[in-house]
Design a binder for this molecule. Structure first.
Ligand code: CP3
Length: 348
């Protein structure tokens, strides 16, 4: 392939500003959609759903059909890699994920990385099916959790904790934490490379728990493992763009961009456009970052903020998105309102 892609989302990640502002929303598939809830009822549990390509591919396509989003995010979960690496992973209604806790790095290195990635072959089948059905202008985004965020679930055993057990490893068992993150880098790299081989056209790394870390710890547990992951993915021959999303990185976000080698920076709800535009070179592609709670609230303030964000990033490559995922109680007409507003802004 030569020249510039004709897909707006890939054009932005290539550093351009296409006529159409590409948009999608994190967690656009899932529980705010009645058609997802209907589909979800057909699987025994959430893991089973993720491992059934007919269901997972349909769930990926539902928000594309309903809203005409420019990005289709593969329907899967960041915790599948832990299941594939041999830990017991369950999703309990009302509680969220429950993961078999590890006590040391060796608890996570029982399964060779390539074998773990091989176990996720149903996910690659989902990628192939989605790619075959997507409209020409839509980009298929594969993803994984970043090493810290995924490792944190294995160390804490669940997500709804104060995260202090995992954070203390950074000080009290730094070698065990480093070994855990290295194991995740290797398995995740093979997993991402296989998604691209199956047809993913861009990748996203979710670091949902990058918030609240001291700057030195942020460098060792967020930036360094992410840099290793991006490097490893490249040595495996992957050339597609990578969006890094260090949620809650705050003032560390520009350094994260400079040091990790990601192609674009995913911005969270709390960051200010003024800060980003001051600290990041104009050519750097950004993605974000409407508040998911404003999306629930709706009304004229929603239109106003959409315009503000579009205006703020009009001087750089920008993918419109939320600052975190769509919440289950989000009214569908509010999502439609945002889509219409973004499309109208392009024409104005
Ligand atoms: O549209 C999409 O984004 C679909 C694909 C997707 C899911 N999870 C499906 C899902 C993606 C990209 C994720 C990523 C993910 N998973 C993250 C990173 C993004 C973020 O939100 O910070 C994290 C931290 C997880 C871990 C996870 N998975 C949690 C904490 C939970 C329970 C809380 C919740 O929202 O239910 C899940 C379950 C999950 N993952 C659901 C979906 C649609 C709900 C399961 C159901 O339908 O019952």
């Amino acid at each position: 392939m030569t020249g510039v892609s004709d897909k707006p989302l890939l054009q932005v990640l290539g550093g351009h500003r296409p006529q159409k502002t590409p948009m999608w929303m994190m967690r656009q598939a899932g529980r705010h959609l009645p058609e997802y809830l209907e589909l979800r009822g057909r699987a025994k549990d959430f893991l089973d759903f993720c491992y059934t390509p007919s269901l997972a591919s349909e769930a990926t396509l539902q928000p594309i059909r309903r809203y005409g989003m420019d990005g289709a995010i593969l329907f899967a979960d960041i915790l599948l890699i832990l299941d594939a690496m041999g830990l017991d992973v369950r999703f309990e209604k009302g509680i969220g994920p429950i993961v078999q806790q590890i006590e040391k790095a060796a608890d996570l290195t029982q399964t060779p990385a390539v074998k773990a990635a091989d176990r996720l072959s149903p996910v690659y089948e989902t990628v192939r099916r989605v790619r075959a059905e997507l409209p020409d202008e839509t980009t298929l985004i594969g993803f994984a959790g970043s090493p810290w965020t995924v490792g944190l679930y294995a160390i804490e055993g669940r997500g709804k904790t104060d995260k202090s057990t995992a954070k203390r490893w950074a000080y009290e068992q730094p070698d065990e934490l480093a070994g855990t993150l290295d194991a995740l880098v290797e398995a995740t790299a093979h997993y991402l490379a296989a998604q691209v081989e199956a047809g993913a056209e861009a990748l996203m790394l979710f670091d949902s728990w990058a918030e609240g870390l001291p700057d030195d710890v942020f460098q060792t547990i967020i930036i360094e493992p992410t840099r290793k992951l991006v490097d490893r993915v490249r040595t495996l021959g992957v050339a597609v763009p990578v969006i890094g999303f260090p949620r809650g990185a705050g003032v560390m976000a520009p350094l994260y961009f400079e040091k990790t080698g990601v192609t674009g920076l995913g911005l969270d709800t709390a960051v200010s456009p003024g800060f980003i535009n001051e600290k990041l070179a104009k050519a750097v592609p950004v993605q974000g970052h409407l508040d998911p709670l404003l999306l629930i609230a709706g009304g004229p303030k929603l239109d106003q903020r959409v315009d503000e964000l579009l205006e703020a990033y009009s001087g750089r490559p920008h993918i419109f998105n939320l600052g975190h995922g769509v919440m289950p109680e989000t009214p569908i007409p509010h999502v439609e309102q945002v889509v219409a507003r973004v499309r109208a802004w392009d024409k104005a």
